[in-house]
Design a protein around this ligand. Structure first.
Ligand code: MF3
Ligand code: CO
Length: 256
């Protein structure tokens, strides 16, 4: 039996807003630390410090053994890159994915940022990935179904000549970083649960987009997900609330 989808009360939604606000602020801080010459660990530190200063806990740290607050994934790394001594350089693209827990609830967001001047392809990939999120959430409305979101993401991404990752998906969120339902960024094959969206659900919509083929592999560190063909990849994610009308993007900040 699949775990059931939690509907948040108005009080829980208020706490989710606060957790998400910390996550969004941390993403802004991390984004500002994506600079030529800095290490991925220095970027992680900026995120980590922001979360703690704002009363949150970096939920990724220790999650299934992940060793940092932030997943920092460079170029062909799609997600789950481990921060370390790697120095980012002009021309690189850097994906940051992080979560903050506040009063027992989790906010989760991600984004991909350019270091200095990057190729036209890289710039376009970042923009298409971000826009794919907005195309998807046009269907994040009470009465629509979960797969309506992924279909819109996939169609938009493929119409721009890019591909969407299949092996990882978005998810419900609340007290747990990963709750039901799964939120794929593509049309699932076969019969898969396709729940209707209901007011009070909180979910993460997170397109992971490859410039080439969508197939991935996992590096020997057991975490880092890279494109199998080593093409560039980008990621964009927000935690959103399903309402009576338009979804509320809980992790939105004006600069991202
Ligand atoms: N924030 C990620 C997500 O979008 C999960 C990070 S994995 C972790 O679901 F191990 F780093 F926590
Ligand atoms: Co997520």
């Amino acid at each position: 039996m699949a775990e059931s989808i939690t509907i948040k009360s108005p009080h829980e939604i208020e706490i989710m807003r606060q957790a998400a606000k910390i996550a969004a602020g941390a993403r802004s801080m991390g984004r500002q630390a994506v600079k030529d010459g800095l290490t991925t660990k220095q970027i992680d530190r900026a995120v980590h410090e922001y979360i703690v200063k704002n009363g949150g806990r970096p939920s990724c740290l220790g999650y299934e053994g992940f060793p940092a607050a932030t997943c920092v994934s460079v170029n062909d790394e799609v997600i789950h890159g481990i921060p370390g001594r790697r120095i980012v350089r002009s021309g690189d693209i850097v994906s940051l994915d992080l979560c903050a827990t506040y009063k027992g609830f989790v906010g989760d967001c991600a984004g991909t940022y350019a270091v200095g001047e990057v190729s036209d392809e890289a710039r376009r990939l970042i923009e298409v990935t971000r826009q794919a999120f907005f195309e998807g959430i046009r269907f994040a409305k009470a009465g629509c179904r979960i797969h309506d979101i992924g279909e819109a993401v996939q169609d938009y991404v493929e119409s721009h000549g890019f591909s969407v990752v299949r092996d990882f998906v978005g998810h419900g969120i609340g007290r747990g970083m990963h709750e039901a339902p799964e939120v794929p960024n593509y049309r699932p094959e076969g019969r898969r649960p396709n729940p209707r969206l209901v007011k009070g659900m909180t979910i993460c919509v997170e397109p992971m987009v490859c410039a080439g083929d969508w197939r991935i592999k996992i590096l020997d560190d057991g975490w880092t997900v890279v494109t199998a063909d080593h093409s560039l990849a980008a990621h964009y994610e927000n935690t959103i609330l399903i309402t009576d009308g338009e979804p509320e993007i809980l992790t939105m900040a004006d600069d991202i």
